[in-house]
Ligand binder design. Structure first.
Ligand SMILES: Cc1cc2nc3c(=O)[nH]c(=O)nc-3n(C[C@H](O)[C@H](O)[C@H](O)COP(=O)(O)O)c2cc1C
Length: 398
């Protein structure tokens, strides 16, 4: 499965370093040519001999040791690899790379490679929650570095919480997924909308909804990963812009309408996953509305129907909508597909456990304009994003 792939495996000085040996062994068994790089601290936990024996390749620790295989030293390794996996990754190596420090063979080769770098961190939960560590991770993600999130559980330090190295089998599977990504959306322009809109009542109050934006951000990330040029029009979220995606931030449905229309003509594929308010206050007050005795009413007026506009001006574009329903899902979904001229709609029952707005998972059904449907099981929003892109590719092929 990994035959012909050259993988650098960086191992740093954490208690989970011994699991690095299992990762090396699994990669080798799957056919990869594995080259281990250890930090000096890592050698306190396991020996280079173990890794050398498991991989049948020399192990590099020092920047200045006699090169055994990489005749142009660090640059040779950095150029040759298909991916650089760092597992376990300490807070220290993440901090170093995030700040451009290259003071040993591992950090230098990470900085010198143009291949994907994937960190699988493992550390004490307090280190993981440290805001400096979190900032470093966000910064690295922005620069395209990837992360395999640590798991929760009993940590070697005696704490219970997040920070355990993900299981070696899962780490290897995720690496395989990354290496096997086909750039099948190369040359396509994709427009994605995500997140909630905010409809102003007065300078301090607004009407919004529970959308986290996670579904739309996952779709934008997946489309970019598969080679598309992606524009993401996003309402206010707490999410970091996916690597390589152009993000246009908006607040209200009117602003969303404007930006989507502006970018529509130039797009080949449009995926509307934002939760756009149907109504807005007819008049937003300039001053904070003062409390009075008795009830008050806010008169609402219709926002423009963005999806309807896109459907009317569809041309050859692929147009995908989203529906968050609480009842008669299929019937309502098909009504929307027909009325809005969509290629398909992604419908979720927001009352179902694990589906809908806030979480990391979703359970959706896809209803197509030709009448067929695809019912997906509960899965992560990243996996749903992959399925949506796969279905779009099927439509392009037709
Ligand atoms: C027993 C022990 C276990 C450690 N485990 C971790 C760990 O799991 N994660 C981590 O980030 N640091 C851990 N450290 C601290 C690192 O070893 C230390 O920050 C070191 O400078 C990391 O160097 P490196 O990133 O070059 O390997 C541990 C230290 C000791 C003594």
């Amino acid at each position: 499965m990994l035959k012909g792939k050259v993988i650098a495996l960086g191992i740093t000085g954490g208690i989970a370093a011994y699991k690095g040996a299992e990762i090396a062994s699994r990669l080798k068994k799957l056919g990869a040519d594995v080259h281990c790089v250890m930090t000096q601290s890592a050698t306190e936990f396991i020996t280079p001999l173990t890794l050398r024996t498991l991989t049948s390749n020399p192990v590099t620790v020092s920047m200045f040791q006699e090169p055994k295989i990489w005749n142009v030293e660090h640059i040779g390794l950095a150029d040759a690899i298909d991916a650089y996996l760092v597992a376990p990754a300490t807070a220290n190596i993440i901090g170093k790379v995030a700040n451009g420090i290259a003071d040993d063979f591992l950090s230098t080769t990470i900085m010198a490679t143009k291949s994907p770098v994937i960190f699988a961190p493992a550390m004490n939960v307090n280190m993981l929650e440290n805001s400096i560590y979190q900032e470093n991770v966000e910064k690295l993600k922005k620069h395209g570095y990837m992360f395999i999130e640590p798991a929760e559980g009993m940590l070697a330090c005696g704490y219970t919480g997040k920070g355990k190295l993900e299981e070696p089998e899962k780490i290897v599977n995720q690496l395989i997924g990354i290496l096997q990504v086909e750039k099948d959306l190369m040359g396509k322009k994709v427009l994605v909308t995500a997140g909630p809109t905010m409809e102003k009542i007065d300078p301090v109050r607004y009407i919004t909804n529970h959308s986290s934006g996670k579904m739309g951000y996952s779709i934008a990330e997946e489309a970019a990963r598969r080679g598309a040029e992606v524009t993401l029009v996003s309402g206010k979220t707490n999410l970091t812009a996916p690597a390589g995606v152009k993000v246009i931030n908006i607040e209200s449905a009117l602003e969303m309408y404007e930006k989507v229309v502006e970018n529509y003509e130039d797009s080949d594929i449009v995926i509307k996953s934002a939760a756009v308010a149907d109504y807005r206050p007819k008049k937003a007050a300039d001053q904070k509305i003062k409390k009075k005795d008795g009830d008050m009413q806010i008169l609402l007026e219709r926002n423009p129907d963005i999806l309807a506009y896109l459907g009317e001006n569809k041309g050859n574009k692929i147009l995908v909508g989203f529906a968050a329903e609480t009842d008669d899902i299929k019937e309502n979904a098909y009504k929307k597909v027909n009325k809005k001229n969509l290629d398909f709609i992604v419908a979720n029952d927001i009352l179902e456990a694990g589906a809908g707005f806030k979480g990391d998972t979703n359970k959706v059904n896809l209803y197509f304009s030709d009448g067929h449907e695809v019912n997906l099981p509960l899965m992560s929003k990243k996996e749903v994003a992959q399925k949506i892109i796969d279905e779009i590719l099927q439509l392009i092929k037709k």
